[in-house]
Design a protein around this ligand. Structure first.
Ligand code: THU
Length: 163
């Protein structure tokens, strides 16, 4: 038996202004989107903005339901809309921003496990990394260079055949 360390480098930004222009714009789109979230049950509003290689930005926000499991996270609303509207166009980056009606979200919100799995499907399909910008409404901003960084040992379609 041997132990193997796996890990990744996280970029940490103290201020939004330290991001590149396009990253700032993407994050602003996520912040704007989160304000339109439909989250009457959790009061926790999330916005996501997907940047494509053609320069288009696709947004999403969480959509809740009185039957709780029927709702959907912001990231999946955004990534599925991207797949529907721009099939085959390479995804460069996704910005995520979270706020709450009840308290100040002062740390970056990472995507839930289901969203990580949903996003990595596209990363595997396009064979190029999708970077993630994670933020709250204030405080630090985290950047991951690839979804694979935050979903180690991910399941993929390679397991569905023996080739
Ligand atoms: N939520 C997201 O939109 N994205 C995540 O990655 C985590 C959680 C939403 C789902 C639900 O509407 C609310 O936040 C509270 O869990």
């Amino acid at each position: 038996m041997k132990k193997q360390k796996i890990g990744f480098e996280l970029s940490v930004y103290d201020r939004k202004e330290d991001l590149s222009q396009i990253e700032q714009k993407l994050l602003s789109e996520a912040e704007e989107a989160r304000e339109n979230a439909y989250a009457p049950y959790s009061n926790f509003k999330v916005g996501a903005a997907v940047l494509l290689e053609n320069g288009e930005i696709v947004i999403g926000n969480n959509q809740e339901n009185a039957s709780y499991p029927s709702g959907l996270c912001a990231e999946r609303v955004a990534i599925f809309q991207t797949g529907a509207k721009y099939p085959g166009v390479t995804i460069k980056s996704i910005a995520i921003s979270a706020t709450s009606n009840d308290y100040v979200v002062d740390k970056p919100a990472g995507p839930c496990g289901n969203c990580r799995q949903s996003i990595i499907e596209y990363e595997q399909k396009q064979k190029s990394p999708i970077s993630l910008l994670l933020s709250g409404e204030k405080g630090q901003i985290f950047k991951c260079d690839s979804v694979a960084d935050i979903l180690p040992l991910a399941f993929s379609n390679s397991f569905l055949t023996d080739s």
